[in-house]
Ligand binder design. Sequence first.
Ligand SMILES: Nc1nc2c(ncn2[C@@H]2O[C@H](COP(=O)(O)OP(=O)(O)OP(=O)(O)O)[C@@H](O)[C@H]2O)c(=O)[nH]1
Ligand SMILES: [Mg+2]
Length: 341
Amino acid sequence: MEWHEVFKGVAEADVPATVLEEEAEERRGLFGRLRRNLGKARGAVADALRSAVYVGVDRRLYEQTEEMLIAADVGVDGTIRIVDELERRCTAKKIESRGPFQDELAEVVAEQLRPDDPERQRIDVSHAPSVILVVGVNGTGKTTTIGKIAWRLKEMGKTPLMVAGDTFRAAAVEQLSRWADRVGCEIVRQAPDADPAAVVYDGVAAARSRGADVVLVDTAGRLHTQVNLMRELEKVRRVIEKQLPGAPHETLLVLDATTGQNGLRQAEEFKQAVDVTGVVLTKLDGTAKGGIVVAIHESLGIPIKLIGVGEQIEDLRPFEADVFARAIFGGEDDAARVDAG
Ligand SMILES: Nc1nc2c(ncn2[C@@H]2O[C@H](COP(=O)(O)OP(=O)(O)OP(=O)(O)O)[C@@H](O)[C@H]2O)c(=O)[nH]1
Ligand SMILES: [Mg+2]
């Protein structure tokens, strides 16, 4: 999927030709890059399977696959479903060696991950302005993700505007300001300790008067168990809604993949407080627990829209079930096939 397809409200015709070329180039190298970035997750899968597979596809291999999926944080239900389906197919197709076995595994995982409604997978920036509220627990990558998203939007001819709704720490405002400088977009900020709802109100008003297209609202990290802070977030959301009916058009929950199954609990609470429309799963480059993607997809009913695969500005990717499943679970031959397609 190309970036201009991810954003609802970006027409291909409006994207500069050079950016489209860059996108195509990035896409050609994407699979290899994703594989490298997801090296840890992939390595864990490969190691678990390598030992067993040479003796053929037998009971022990299915057990090993099961253990590997559990260790990768796929979750018990998902694991059972995947392995049952895998066994059914391998038996039907008489698969007896490692490569095809792994390809079949990747295919089964990809099927589990495919969105029921691809339209829900997109990020809505079709309004004038569109408001994207970014929430999550401390340190998951909210501020970084805002920088990465703003950069992509700018590349595609949109005018993003950042709002420093994390008024907890002066350093948080400075961090967001640095991203705004890098991207070359405006930022609305107030003194530390200001009421986040007031800053956000200013931000939306500024976007309207200055004609910015997309308002990206940073918020302070908070634990899903901190009742007062969750209330504060509800208030921020209400203020936006009142000011601009229909907004926020997206509420993105940023989850850190390295925290594994704990992320699911966080998600439930945030979902209740602020109607989350999508998940951004960060730090997939630094974890062997890439299987958490399957658990999130199954249990939350919220689409994973973006994945973070590094700290650099370009290290954010649209989530694509097939590419992701093959990058982590697929056999070695897959790279050529997917990059070519
Ligand atoms: N490896 C890796 N690091 C990431 C990714 N996304 C964010 N980070 C890093 O995670 C750290 C925290 O990122 P922030 O963007 O400050 O996180 P935050 O959610 O805004 O944190 P708080 O505002 O303190 O709640 C930084 O060092 C980022 O560079 C990612 O996809 N991969
Ligand atoms: Mg932050």
